[in-house]
Write a protein that binds this ligand. Structure first.
Ligand code: GDP
Length: 362
């Protein structure tokens, strides 16, 4: 499964958020077949469409999509030189598929700030610089190795070396790898390096309770993020932590008091899901209405393969109803009558929200 790493300086609220996410999420004991490390949280992806489908189909079970967050502690300035948890920390980030940078926007005299004062953009710069330095060292090492292969006349190595030679000065200027306009081939050549700053990035702004929508944090942080193709999700970790402790009823009342529609965690989870390039299709039977996760761009057989590899191998076609049609015509029967059920073949690229039913050979 694809994972989103939660990264940031100490004392910015990472663990508080991560704990809220996992508390609100799924207990690992419900998933006996996957080893979940203590710092890995499996969470349900909140999706109001599931409820809407369930009201029509009235299934016995409703199963949401899930995704994984990893709490990656230990980043301090100098990590790329081995400070703090250094390399170990960087290795953990390398294994993730996207990065959520948590930055502290709340002032609290009781919570020590590592650099003495609250400056979310400066903190993000410290973190990003460490990631860039780590990439710089990765590329330098690889370059030396690949240069030897290139001398030996290895064709791929020559192209790889060229891509690295373009990337190095870019990193050296303090810019993330993702912002270099690499073509597809260059990207492929660099993929095996698992560069940290090539991963998609989002910013979680941990703001004060009274500054959820507006505050001095907003303008500079958004400018920083936009320049790095990242989105900003503001959240108050303290509130999320309180919310996660409550029963659904109490939670609704608390949210209403705060003038919020839903926990901020929902926005974080959805943003991370998008960041990972994931989307959802549904199956809607009387036994179970279920959300399934696929990469954006997946074809119908690939989508079927998420349920079972046999479905992919023996794929014949996918009976397909767009989510909006399923709703408008109140279910499969109505949609079919209205001519809104399509038979899609092997080439069909599944759309977000499609309600699918697979026909396959066993
Ligand atoms: P981490 O080191 O980034 O994992 O940070 P923690 O989640 O352990 O938080 C560090 C301290 O900041 C703890 O004492 C938290 O209770 C506190 N904290 C976290 N989020 C908030 C917040 O939104 N508001 C306030 N006032 N304190 C917070």
């Amino acid at each position: 499964a694809l994972t989103c790493g939660i990264v940031g300086l100490p004392n910015v609220g990472k663990s508080t958020l991560f704990n809220a996410i996992t508390q609100a999420g799924i207990a690992a004991e419900n998933y006996p077949f996957c080893t979940i490390e203590p710092n890995v949280g499996l969470v349900n992806v909140p999706d109001p469409r599931l409820q809407a489908l369930a009201e029509i189909v009235k299934p016995q079970h409703v199963v949401p999509a899930t995704m994984e967050f990893v709490d990656i502690a230990g980043l301090v300035a100098g990590a790329a030189q081995g400070e703090g948890l250094g390399n170990q920390f960087l290795a953990h980030i390398r294994e993730t598929d996207a990065i959520a940078l948590v930055t502290r926007c709340f002032a609290d005299p009781n919570v020590v700030h590592v650099s003495g004062h609250v400056d979310p953009v400066a903190d993000l710069e410290v973190v990003l610089t460490e990631l860039i330095l780590a990439d710089l060292s990765t590329v330098e090492k690889a370059q030396a190795r690949v240069a030897r292969q290139a001398k030996g006349g290895h064709k791929d190595a020559v192209a790889e070396l060229a891509a690295m030679t373009r990337l190095l000065p870019h990193l050296d200027e303090g810019k993330p790898a993702a912002s270099l306009d690499l073509n597809r081939e260059e990207r492929d050549h660099l993929r095996s390096l698992c560069l940290l700053t090539m991963k998609p990035l989002m910013v979680i702004a941990n703001v004060a309770e009274d500054a959820l929508r507006e505050g001095p944090w907003r303008a500079p942080l958004e400018a920083w993020a936009v320049a790095r193709q990242a989105s900003v999700v503001p959240v108050c970790a303290a509130i999320e932590s309180d919310l996660a402790e409550l029963e659904p009823e109490e939670q609704r009342a608390f949210l209403q008091d705060l003038g919020l529609e839903e926990p901020g965690l929902n926005r974080i989870i959805r943003a991370a899901y998008r960041l990972l390039g994931l989307q959802t299709y549904f199956t809607a039977g009387v036994k179970e209405v279920r959300a399934w996760t696929i990469p954006v761009g997946a074809t119908a057989p690939q989508a079927a393969g998420v349920i079972h590899s046999d479905f992919e191998r023996g794929f014949i076609r996918a009976q397909t109803i767009a989510y909006a049609d399923f709703l408008r015509y109140k279910g499969e029967h109505g949609a079919k009558e209205a001519g809104k059920m399509r038979a899609e073949g092997k080439e069909y690229v599944v759309q977000d929200g499609d309600v699918l039913n697979f026909l396959f050979n066993v």
